[in-house]
Design a protein around this ligand. Structure first.
Ligand SMILES: Cc1ncc(COP(=O)(O)O)c(C=O)c1O
Length: 486
């Protein structure tokens, strides 16, 4: 935007230097509305994976920022010509890789409002309504798991950070002098337990916290990729016998590869007997609590000391939106609350000062996009969407089982379907993934379970329909048939 000169008359004030004048605002609104409308209409036919224009991207990297701005229209042109064509269409109905959903429809508007009012969700005086909105979202999530009134939590950037924050809280609980003395304090090595199928973010958290990967036990899983409670008990016994100090178990509600749900009830029994913090990594699977058909497997989550969730997955909030829930929110404050002279905070029973619940001071208004979608669509719509993606995953599982050239690699517990072309090698599966992506059929991911390679379709997409699943099943079946024919 060209720098605006000082107003010439008091009745027609010019925009401040980094603001938009009336005309520019109208233009920006029109262009944004047009962009969102075109984007919405194009997602089903856009390339899932962009043919990356390296020249355009190099130009983005090397072109100096202009001294005099290119203005609103120029900016939207740059976005249309360079950013959009080189972006992955995660909203495409056959984007079935990883665990990533498309943003819900109201999200772009909620994000714009959050940016406009720019609440700092650190302490409530800077963001009173935002504090209550975040509290409402967190309370609703805590309620889904039956947490008691002592429960609470905080929105985070994602599941990895939610688990990092949970393990930090667990450490403070185990070693009350952790804040002052850190891990330098003498004491036996602390040991963390999780399953062989747990997400890497647990290792990452253990490394960041200084626990050391040598003190992370990867417990073997059963035939359905769930943590074996007998092996967990044995590992805890062995560590105690060797003079180490078990302190925390991370159970997974929905492993990233196959969606397996660890036996949370029996693990909770063990943690109770052993006096260990139980954290549930529910980043992928926790929110399937919304589905009647899966709730039973998640029933015991209320017994966990903490639960990590990802509203940017199953609540279809745009990135970034994770959530940490704790059964006793005073534990969060014990780990994270610091007093400082430059922040004058008055306590108010209605408000939460989220800076006391996590490592960040300045925090954006993430809760608005989650809250807005819950308000606009209603919880019932979410239940229907979750049920829809579960049914599609079951359908894909049935299609695989019905095809003599394909086989399932794991039971379909949630929406991750791991399957393989019978007799195919890792390279052949990799080639099939590339074919499916290149021809625009679908983006799937690689599967690796029990040392065997295959394909993974994760249906975390409310736009996906039966016809999309059939198209993928037909095409993979054909590729498998071709391979067998040689
Ligand atoms: C089980 C599990 N835990 C943690 C994560 C990491 O979550 P995020 O990418 O939000 O940090 C994922 C992501 O897929 C996951 O599936």
């Amino acid at each position: 935007m060209p720098a605006t000169e000082q107003p010439t008359t008091p009745t027609t004030p010019a925009a401040p230097l980094l603001g938009l004048g009336d005309e520019d605002r109208r233009t920006a609104s029109r262009l944004l509305a047009g962009f969102l409308d075109r984007y919405e209409r194009s997602v089903a036919t856009a390339p899932i994976v962009p043919r990356v224009d390296r020249d355009a991207l190099s130009e983005l990297l090397t072109t100096p920022f202009p001294d005099e701005g290119i203005g609103v229209e120029g900016l939207f042109r740059e976005i249309d010509e360079k950013i959009l064509p080189n972006s992955t269409t995660v909203a495409h109905p056959r984007f079935l890789a990883y665990v990533q959903g498309p943003p819900n429809g109201i999200a772009p508007y909620a994000e714009a409002i959050a940016a406009a009012i720019n609440q700092n969700c650190n302490f409530w005086q800077l963001s009173p309504a935002a504090s209550v909105v975040e509290r409402a979202v967190v309370s609703w999530l805590a309620g889904l798991f039956g947490y008691p009134a002592t429960g609470g939590g905080i929105l985070t950037s994602g599941g990895s950070i939610a688990s990092l924050n949970a393990l930090t809280t667990a450490l403070h609980e185990r070693r009350p002098d952790f804040r002052e003395r850190g891990l330098q304090a003498s004491g036996p090595p602390l040991v963390l337990y999780t399953s062989a199928e747990a997400h890497r973010c647990i290792d990452k958290a253990a490394a960041i916290l200084g626990l050391g990967l040598d003190n992370v036990r990867r417990i073997p899983t059963d035939g359905e990729h769930r943590m074996r409670t007998d092996a967990l008990a044995e590992a805890i016994r062995a560590d105690r016998a060797a003079g180490r100090e078990p302190f925390c178990v991370v159970a997974t509600a929905g492993t990233v590869m196959s969606g397996a749900i660890d036996p949370i009830g029996p693990v909770a029994d063990l943690c109770e007997r052993e006096g260990l913090w139980l954290h549930v990594d529910g980043a992928y699977g926790g929110l399937f609590v919304l589905a009647d058909r899966r709730r039973a497997a998640l029933d015991a989550c209320w017994r966990a000391d903490s639960i990590a969730l990802d509203p940017h997955k199953l609540l279809f909030a745009p990135l970034e939106a994770g959530c940490l829930l704790v059964r006793d929110r005073t534990r969060l404050a014990r780990a994270y609350a610091f007093k400082s002279a430059y922040l004058t905070v008055e306590e108010d029973p209605l408000m939460v000062d989220y800076m006391d619940y996590g490592p960040q001071l300045s925090r954006g208004f993430k809760a608005l996009k989650v809250w807005s979608a819950l308000q606009a669509f209603g919880v019932g719509t979410y239940r229907a969407v979750v049920d829809h993606v579960l049914r599609l995953a079951d359908h894909l599982g049935q299609r695989v089982e019905a095809d003599p050239n394909l086989e399932l690699m794991a039971p379909v517990t949630l929406t991750a379907v791991c399957f393989r072309m019978k007799g195919a090698t890792e390279a052949e599966h990799t080639a099939a993934l590339a074919t499916l992506a290149d021809e625009g059929t679908a983006l799937l991911g690689p599967a690796l379970l029990d040392g065997r390679h295959g394909l993974r379709a994760c249906i975390t997409n409310y736009r996906t329909g039966h016809a999309d699943i059939d198209l993928v099943a037909d095409r993979v079946g054909e590729l498998a048939r071709q391979l067998r024919r040689g």
